[in-house]
Design a binder for this molecule. Sequence first.
Ligand SMILES: [Zn+2]
Length: 453
Amino acid sequence: MLMSHRRRFFHISALLVAAGLSLQAAREIRPGFNLFSKDQDIQLGRESAQQVEKQVQVVHNQPDLENYVSQLGAKLAKVSAAPEYPYTFKIVAEKGINAFALPGGPIYIHATTIAAAGNEAQLAGVLAHEISHVALRHSTNQVSKAYAWQIPLALAGAMTGGSLVGQLAQIGIGLGVNSVMLKYSRDAEHDADILGARTMAAAGYDPVEMARFFEKLETQGGGQPGIQFLSDHPNPGNRVKYVSEEVKSLPPRQYTQGIPDFGRYKSAAARIPVHEARRDYQDQSSQNHPHPEFPSSEFREFRGAGFRLSYPANWQPYGKQNDPSVTIAPKQGLVQHSRGAVQIGMGAIAGFFSPDTHNLTAATDELVQDLRSKNPDLRPVRGQRHSVTVDGSNGESILLVGTSPLGNQRELDSLLTVTRPEGLFYLILIAPENDYNSVRPTFVQMQHSVRFR
Ligand SMILES: [Zn+2]
């Protein structure tokens, strides 16, 4: 059953977290589940680089600085966990402190990030972190997990001559700078930090400088618009602590903070005029609306009439105990429109629907029709409807795609339905497409927590 696939992914990532907490010495960090080959990573990276370079402005008039960054990157890549990829390192003149890696090697760093680094080791840290995302194949791992059932079809299409980017676009995977490929989970961030720390150490740089730099950006950024390091690389927490612990497990050696005249490159980078970011999360509506709080790992229980379920402790239930329905969302997950209507951009709705039929599939269809009457562009994602068992009762799980009220982007809704004496129980989990991978483990946990009385 397909639900058991989801369960398996969840357990694997839960185990990784547990392992990360309990093991200190040289834990083996390897690429996770992946339906792509390494060559397909490289092909996908090349194709998406073309798309990305139409969206961002790559710096071409600073040969000194460009060479410096390329050489620093190459030096790190050579001693990294996966030196076999064709890495490239380019500077982009976009607003915000950021860096990102495409599958198979293309790495981009914002000029502002270079200008913000305190020394060469900190810049090396960002590059080593990005190299590690490539080495661990996080982009295609994310896509493989999120679109497991459609990927083989897309790969088959690409093998018969189509472009990989084109095939993935057909099943709804956008590439370019807003791609799901660039939205990493906190587990992925943690692993990229650890592997990045090892790469830095191998090149002679003090790995703690990477963690320090990230934490500095974190406190300076504080979620402000324009500081986008947070959105592409969610903070796994305690970076300095776990990187310091990792360093203890490495062979002792003399570390350097890098070249003494780093300031020369830093000021050259600071002089590059930056663009207003063209990424669509910078558009009007998302600029006015703060990003919803990501779910905490701590859970609470909501007991409704006839059902109970767990929800992230930092989200708020809008409903009383024993109510037949509840909305649970982070404060910023609710979007109020000028005419007063409230929409959920991130969060959950659970309750009972009264269908005209007792047949699970027909009742679920009726609910989907009802949702579509309120959200006309909502539609089921092809191939993403499965039978599931919830607390001993038969249910269905459906993935829907629509338009997010949080700015100019799509949203994914994971709908769970179960036939119950009270009617059709439903749990709808909603997130913007760009955040879906980050919140998906929480959603799976919420779905598994559903109990009926
Ligand atoms: Zn990262």
